[in-house]
Design a protein around this ligand. Sequence first.
Ligand code: SAH
Ligand code: SF4
Ligand code: F3S
Length: 467
Amino acid sequence: MTDTSDTVGKQQTGSVKKLFIKTYGCQMNVYDSERMAGLLKPLGYAASDTANDADLVILNTCHIREKAAEKVYSDLGRIRKFKTQKERDGGTMKIAVAGCVAQAEGSEIKTRAPFVDMVFGPQTYHRLPEMIARASREKGDILETDFAVEEKFDTLPNQRELKGYSAFVTIQEGCDKFCTFCVVPYTRGEEVSRPVEAITAEVRMLAAKGLREVTLLGQNVNAYHAQAPHGGIGGEWGLGELVRHLAKVDGLDRIRFTTSHPRDMDAGLIAALGEEPKLMPYLHLPVQTGSDKLLKAMNRGHTAAHYLQQIEKIRTVRPDIAISGDFIVGFPGEDDTDFEATMQLVRNVGYASAFSFKYSRRPGTPGASMLKQIAEPIKEARLARLQILLEEQKQSFNTAQIGKILPVLMEKKGRNPGQLVGRSPYLQAVHAELAENLLGQIVPVEIVDTLSNSLGGRRAIPGAVLA
Ligand code: SAH
Ligand code: SF4
Ligand code: F3S
């Protein structure tokens, strides 16, 4: 497969080619973009941070809300100008649309933006070198939107670079839940878990390069299930077992996972949250709404009381856990009582952080054709109230850290000279004045103040007790 494309890659310029990838949407797309860059490197493509003189531009897109999808078309309009200019100067630029808009809209993209050369969905990235070769050879357009996620997992090369000390690793892709507002089951296909051995190999490979923290990714990460290693002796594993297994990888200190569904928070995973010290005390557990009527209409498969019980169980085993969530306001049929139920649920939980959105009508999803769509000004007013409450909760969670000593994984240099920035166990950004050789280290930091999106601290005196 790579033979032809390799030749094509080198013949064209004989020198390094510039690759510009823009990533929209979730962390799964961030992971995929990184893998695409890795796949194209042997073909002579080096990552560039500007699109204007790139040889290949890939937009790795998101279809989750209308705004995200429309942004792609406005960006394409800008990139088209670069392409025209480059062609005028005698060069070439290939433009590819990847990701969830590609999967959902396919050939429509070519109608709206005929200058796009390639459109391919998330399950086809392993065929990228071949697609590029074909696009160069035939001048024709490429449209690839198959669903063969196992093949993608099997074929992506095992080697990848490590930037910094923290990385995403996909362990599960797709979703079978079909929440009535959501496009993911259509863009990412059915739920598939990656084998334990493949995940372990990727984490080990990264750990050998200096990885200290891994975030396991899945659209429904806690629905993860796979055969135990060594031919399944030990039966089927869930996420709890996988986490305990990865915790044994040498050099790895921290494990996170995202995004979880309340229905799949099983006893094994809750126990791991209480017992596995490498599993960080942070859980993103979206509930969307506090109204049982809407939870039902959304096809979430649980009630508000069930969600609250799950949170209680988790807090029993891990009292300091930071809970994060996603909320949708203005789903069809939402009345004042439903919205107040959401506000009450938020007050009951006390979130450390959260994302909240106005419902966006997505073509093809059941929600789009439901009656009683909510008017925009009502959505806006509700979102504003919800966000004020969530922001207050976030600030009070952050303020509560003042005076504590937290272990912070230092990830990069800060904005000010002599400053490093890292993450607390609760995923807060923490900055402190520290020597550069502490990059990649977990440093005890005493928290002294809070800014709107980060905490400020200073190195704790040696021997001090960690919070
Ligand atoms: N798999 C994850 C979420 C994936 S999408 C989960 O099940 O929680 C991320 C978030 O986007 C969702 O949690 C939801 O809050 C929001 N979202 C999804 N579809 C949306 C829509 N049509 N309108 C507004 N927000 C939406
Ligand atoms: Fe979308 Fe629901 Fe699946 Fe999450 S669980 S990806 S919100 S369908
Ligand atoms: Fe967006 Fe696709 Fe992720 S729709 S949120 S990029 S799975």
